[in-house]
Design a protein around this ligand. Structure first.
Ligand code: AMP
Length: 306
C-alpha cells in the first residue's frame, strides 16, 4: 500500500516550452506540455506525481510553480540539452490551430522511469506521448484501479499498432471527435465508439470541443455540455486540463464506477474552462478549490445535471 506522501495519481506526458500566437496576442517561450496542464488541474483534488523530462535549460520558476501547486516532482527527469519546444498559431475563430515548430530535444531519448513510490498509485493517466512510452509506464505500475489514456492524430498515423496494444490495457480512452474517426475509419461517432470499446477499454470519452463530451460504455452513452465562456485567451492544453481535472476528481472520490466518472467529467470540464481564460498555467496556478466547486454547482444548475 502507499505511504501517505505517495501520489494517488501518476501522470505521464510532455513538458514543453511553447510559443503561441492567437489573433490577439503572441506569447513566447511559456510553460506548456500535456503533463504540465494535467498535473496542475489534478493538484486541486489529490497529490499528483509528474512523470516527464526537461532539459538543463528549463527555467527554475516553472518548477517552482509546480511545487507551489503541491505536485510531486520525484518522477521528473532532467537531461543534458534543451527542453521540448512547440509552437502553434490559432486562426481567427480559434477553431483551427496550425503547428509551426516541433523540436523534440530531450524528449527524443526519453525513457520514463517511475520512482518506487509511484508504482502503487491507484490512478494513472497516460497523457499524450508516444504509445511505446505509455506502455513502458503502464508496465511499471503494479495494479492500478483505473488507467486513462489520451492520444493524438500523430500516433494514430505513425504508431497505430502500439497504440491499439496499450489502449487494450487501459480502462478508459479519451480522444477528440476527429481522432475517433481517424482511429476507426468510421464517420459515425456511435460506430467509432463501438470499435474503440472493442479494443478493450470499458469507457471511451469523446471530446467535442465547445459541444462538450460523450462518455460511452457497453451500457450506453452519456453526454455533458461544455462550460461556456464568453471570452477565452488560449485553448492550448484544454484537453489535458480536462483529463487532469477528471482524473484528479475521480481519484479523490476513490471510485471507478460510471456515476463517479460522470461526476468527475464535470470537474474536468470546469477546470478546463478556467485554464483557457489565460495563457499557459497562469489561471490554473491561481485557482482555489472553492472557485472550482462554485462553478461546478453553477454548471450543474445550468445544465440540469444532477
Ligand atoms: P493540446 O492543446 O491538448 O494539444 O496540448 C498542447 C500541449 O501539447 C502544448 O503545451 C505542447 O507543448 C504539447 N505538444 C505539442 N505537440 C506535442 C507532441 N507531438 N507530443 C506531445 N506533446 C505535444
Amino acid at each position: 500500500m502507499n505511504n501517505s506522501n505517495a501520489p494517488q495519481l501518476v501522470i505521464v506526458g510532455s513538458i514543453g516550452i511553447d510559443t503561441i500566437e492567437t489573433p490577439r496576442e503572441k506569447r513566447i517561450e511559456i510553460l506548456g506540455g500535456s503533463v504540465s496542464y494535467a498535473c496542475a488541474a489534478a493538484s486541486y483534488f489529490v497529490k499528483a506525481g509528474m512523470v516527464g523530462v526537461v532539459g538543463t535549460d528549463f527555467p527554475a520558476e516553472h518548477r517552482a510553480l509546480w511545487e507551489g501547486l503541491g505536485i510531486d516532482l520525484d518522477g521528473l527527469q532532467t537531461e543534458e540539452g534543451r527542453t521540448f519546444r512547440w509552437s502553434g498559431v490559432y486562426e481567427e475563430n480559434m477553431d483551427n490551430r496550425r503547428t509551426l515548430v516541433t523540436e523534440l530535444n530531450v524528449f527524443e531519448n526519453f525513457s520514463p522511469e517511475l520512482p518506487d513510490a509511484y508504482r502503487d498509485a491507484p490512478y494513472l493517466f497516460l497523457g499524450n506521448i508516444a504509445p511505446a512510452l505509455q506502455l513502458h509506464v503502464l508496465e511499471q505500475v503494479h495494479s492500478p484501479k483505473f488507467v486513462l489514456i489520451d492520444t493524438m492524430d500523430l500516433w494514430i498515423n505513425i504508431a497505430r499498432d502500439e497504440l491499439v496494444e496499450v489502449v487494450g490495457k487501459c480502462d478508459m480512452l479519451t480522444l477528440n471527435e476527429s481522432e475517433a474517426r481517424l482511429f476507426t475509419g468510421s464517420s459515425s461517432l456511435k460506430e467509432a465508439a463501438e470499435i474503440l470499446l472493442a479494443m478493450g477499454p470499458r469507457f471511451v470519452l469523446i471530446k467535442k470541443g465547445e459541444s462538450g463530451s460523450i462518455l460511452v460504455s457497453a451500457d450506453g452513452a452519456h453526454s455533458i455540455p461544455a462550460y461556456k465562456l464568453d471570452d477565452f485567451k488560449d485553448p492550448t492544453g484544454a484537453g489535458d486540463t480536462f483529463a487532469g481535472g477528471l482524473m484528479g476528481a475521480l481519484a479523490e472520490s476513490g471510485r471507478v464506477d460510471e456515476v463517479a466518472i460522470r461526476d468527475a467529467m464535470i470537474y474536468g470540464s470546469v477546470t478546463a474552462a478556467f485554464g483557457v481564460e489565460e495563457f499557459s498555467l497562469e489561471r490554473l496556478a491561481t485557482l482555489d478549490r472553492a472557485q472550482i466547486d462554485a462553478r461546478v454547482e453553477a454548471f450543474k444548475a445550468l445544465g440540469g445535471i444532477e
